[in-house]
Each structure stands twice: as C-alpha cells, then as structure tokens.
Design a protein. Structure first.
Length: 226
C-alpha cells in the first residue's frame, strides 16, 4: 500500500479557518476513503456513495464537504441520521469542533412541529422522519441547503424505514437539484446499482483502523483463521 497523504493536501482545497481547525483536531493524514473521495470530486460538488467499514473515516468525508461549503458559500448543510441517539452524538461532536466557525443545530423532536428556529443554523442534524415532516410543512429554508449527507443509506432496504428514506431522497433531489449529496454506508449488497440510482460516484475501500480477523472459539479456546 502506498503511503497515505498528509493533511497538508487539504490546505489548498479547504477554507483556511477550517484547515486550522482540522490541524487542531490532530488530524495528520488522510485515510484511504478520504483520498478516494477527494479524487472523485468531493470538492467539485460531485455526488458520492461512500461504502467503507466502520471507523474508516466516512464522517470526515461528510465534514469536509459540509463545513467547507458552508464557509465558502454561506449556505446550509443537512446531515440525516437514522436514530435520535446518533444525531445527538454527532451534534455534541460537531458543536465541540466547529462552534467557532458555524452554527450547529439539530431537530429530533415531535415530527409534527415545524421547528422554524432551524432557519438560523448553518449545519442541521436531523432524522429522516423529521425532515420528511418538515418537507410536508413546506419549510422555507430547505432551498438554502447546498449539501445533504445521508448516513446509513443501506437502510433503504429496511422494510419499516426504507420507504420513508427512499421518498425523502427522491423529494430532496427534486427540490434541491443543484445540491451535493453524500451517501454513507458501512455495508451494502449492491453498491453499483445503488450508486447508479442515486446518480453518485461510488467509493469503495476495505481499509479499517484495526485488522478484522475471523476465528472459532471451542471450549474457551479461540483459534483464528489464517
């Protein structure tokens, strides 16, 4: 494997304040999926479907797209997560890292509320069901969104939640046709077909921070496969 590129690769591509924040976060090098995403046009507004293992760096791909666009254009970004707990977790993390640069908000409340306060935020974390409700309430700020990130997009295949997510993505692509869409997934069975339907470039990488081994435990003795 060739040596990974250092964070310096981003200096000419991202907003100066964002670059300094990344350095303060002690990010020293780009992970494989991040390098591939940049090469595939992450900063050229291309839609991307990123399929890589857990903890391989997908979230930073999303952050690079969202924060950079907000700082350069003044428009909004929306990060769609399947669970309230995940939205709360990302909200805390993004507030810690980026509150000096942008206004971070979230909405995981009552589905029928309009949450007009969200118009004042730059980056909004939200569940699919909540965003679907806001679209049906004709929320005015949605056309100000320039980047959508859809996490755990493989849930399109979920019998209970998949239909809502599919309709939501379809509506967003129609309403915000000029926005960039970043789709994230750790596991997916038909990535090429999905990427084609989403009109997105496919990023696949198997790198993970900790090697994954398979083995069998018999009588409290674990033996790994070669």
């Amino acid at each position: 494997m060739s040596p990974r590129k250092g964070i310096e690769e981003l200096k000419a591509k991202v907003h100066p304040e964002f670059y300094e924040t990344l350095k303060q976060e002690n990010i020293k090098e780009l992970r494989p999926c991040q390098e591939k995403a940049i090469e595939a046009g992450l900063f050229e507004d291309n839609n991307l479907l990123v399929c890589t293992p857990t903890a391989s760096g997908k979230t930073l791909v999303a952050e690079l797209a969202m924060i950079n666009r907000i700082l350069y254009t003044g428009k909004k970004a929306v990060y769609i997560l399947p669970l309230k707990a995940l939205a709360n977790e990302k909200y805390i993390d993004f507030k810690r890292k980026y509150s000096s640069l942008i206004k971070v908000g979230k909405s995981t409340s009552d589905i029928d509320s309009k949450d007009t306060f969200l118009a004042t935020y730059d980056l909004i974390l939200i569940t699919p069901e909540k965003l679907d409700s806001l679209l049906r309430h004709k929320t005015p700020w949605i056309t100000d969104v320039d980047v959508f990130v859809i996490d755990e997009v493989h849930l399109l295949n979920d019998p209970s939640r998949g239909p809502t997510l599919e309709v939501l993505i379809t509506m967003l692509r129609q309403i915000c046709s000029s926005a960039q869409f970043i789709y994230l997934s750790a596991t997916i069975g038909n990535p090429e077909i999905l990427a084609d339907w989403l009109d997105a470039k496919l990023i696949i990488d198997l790198w993970r921070p900790v090697e994954l081994k398979k083995g069998v435990m018999i009588r409290n003795k674990l033996e790994f496969f070669e």
